[in-house]
Design a protein around this ligand. Structure first.
Ligand code: BES
Ligand code: MN
Ligand code: MN
Length: 455
């Protein structure tokens, strides 16, 4: 691994040139070319690999030779990325990867998907290649790299069901999360869930002159704002009946352990460019991000958006709203409660439409398992530092599917950094993290080769 750092960065550069934006139908060609290219890379690393069709974007499936008596690892990652907009905020174009120093002076590769998740998948491809160059992989390895993670994995469950037999494994590994801080690598033991909804308020059949009709018809934009404003109370809590019913309280021991990790909240506010952090009373920012649920507007549109003024009552208004969920909330209950509350609160004179885009339950993994101990040792080898146990506020829907469909646990070993700007302009992946992550992956296969097998 140490000898192929430069070629690894070059290879990642090729991976990052594909504009594999899963939510954009216009990018289907890029998605397909990216999947084909990735399958080829797995082949060059020494695995058999195919591009598997699904009802949506394809899955890259790669496997090593299956040797009886060795544990089987299921590696999951995703080659799709979030949209790169707003494009004008990128220093270099999102799909023209560039290596340069980050604001703190560390070398990084800049491109959409650099950290989430192509760079982390690439660390594994490189680790597999290194094993096969020098020796032989010490485990049976199955890699499932999907193209729809960023849109909620809508076709993954069915594909996993249909391929349950060939996906049999002893443990799953995902590198799609982060280190706690530079120099403090981490293993993630919990992720939040997600409900993503769209709320549409329909008014008149066409935009109206706001002078001629204003005061005589309900304004959909006003109605939507009124509705959205009901979603939080003055304490910053989500104001939907039943929303907190299933929320597991944090134990005192857990809060203490997280407290010891230490967060500099003013430094975080400065890094993010906000005058102060915000959130539910009675919890630290870390607790709010890792163990408290949220409701956030992700997109908002209505009426005239061009330069200057235009006097209209818009025909409709819409908002994209997502809720992050924590143990033991259920995505299906939360969505139902959300829709019910909006319907009860919707003012007269407009028509309300609510749809759900995606849903994923929160996940917790054991903080004390044989696989976790292997992960701790591998990270120590790869990064030269002891990892801490953390949770993350983001969501990875497949973790729940791996448990429910395949019956196995997942080890979340992520290599990103908190300032990687995932989902944002100027996303980057730290080159030292790519190297340490590749070393970690290589060490992890070795460590897990000694794991007891369940089948
Ligand atoms: N890799 C992220 C999730 C993540 C981010 C985990 C940061 C840990 C730390 C993943 O690609 C992602 O963005 N997931 C989506 C979920 C989805 C259903 C759209 C998310 O969290 O918004
Ligand atoms: Mn990801
Ligand atoms: Mn993502």
């Amino acid at each position: 691994v140490d000898q192929s750092v430069a070629s690894s960065v070059r290879g990642l550069g090729q991976f990052l040139r594909f504009a594999s934006v899963s939510t954009d139908p216009g990018r289907a060609g890029d998605i397909h070319r990216c999947a084909q290219w990735l399958a080829r890379q797995f082949q060059e690393a020494g695995l058999a690999a195919t591009v598997e069709p699904t009802g949506g974007h394809p899955i890259v499936l790669a496997r090593s030779e299956r040797v009886a008596g060795r544990p089987t690892l299921l590696l999951y990652g995703h080659y799709d990325v979030q949209p790169a907009e707003p494009l004008e905020q990128w220093t270099t174009p999102p799909f023209e990867p560039a290596v340069r120093k980050d604001p703190h002076g560390f070398d990084a590769i800049y491109a959409r998907g650099a950290s989430d998740d192509k760079g982390q998948v690439w660390a594994h491809v490189q680790a597999i290649a290194a094993w096969n160059r020098c020796a032989k992989l010490p485990v049976n390895l199955l890699a499932v790299i999907e193209g729809e993670e960023e849109i909620g994995s809508p076709h993954l469950a069915q594909w996993m069901q249909e391929n349950r037999q060939q996906l049999k494994a002893d443990v799953a590994i995902i590198s799609d999360s982060g280190q706690y801080a530079r120099g403090v690598p981490a293993i993630t033991c919990g992720l939040r869930g997600l409900v993503y909804a769209e709320v549409m308020v329909h008014g008149p059949s066409h935009d109206l002159h706001s002078g001629i009709y204003g005061g005589a018809v309900a304004n959909p934009a006003n109605a939507l704002c009124a509705l959205l404003a009901t979603l939080h109370d003055a304490q910053g809590r989500v104001n939907v009946p039943g929303f907190y019913d299933d929320v597991a309280e944090l134990s005192a021991a857990q809060r203490q352990a997280w407290n010891r990790l230490g967060t500099d909240e003013p430094a975080m506010a400065a890094e993010l460019g906000v005058p102060a952090l915000w959130g539910e009373k009675g919890f630290s920012a870390l607790e709010r991000r890792w163990a408290r649920p949220t409701c956030d507007i992700n997109g908002l549109s209505s009426g005239y958006q061009g330069p200057g003024a235009k006097t209209i009552i818009p025909a409709s208004a819409s908002a994209k709203v997502s809720m992050r969920l924590v143990p033991n909330q259920k995505a299906s209950n939360i969505y139902a409660g959300f829709e019910r509350a909006l319907r009860q609160r919707c003012p007269a004179g407009v028509r309300l439409e609510v749809i759900q885009h995606s849903g994923a339950d929160p996940s917790l993994v054991s903080e004390d398992s044989a696989a976790l101990r292997c992960g701790l040792r591998a990270v120590q080898t790869g990064f030269g530092a002891a990892p801490v146990l953390i949770r993350e506020g983001g969501s990875i829907p497949v973790v729940g599917l791996i448990k429910s469909i395949l019956g196995i646990d997942t080890l979340l070993v992520g290599f990103g950094l908190p300032d990687d700007r995932v989902h944002s302009p100027n996303e980057k992946f730290d080159l030292a993290a790519l190297h340490a992550g590749t070393r970690t992956a290589a060490a992890l296969y070795q460590e897990l080769s000694a794991l007891g097998r369940s089948s």
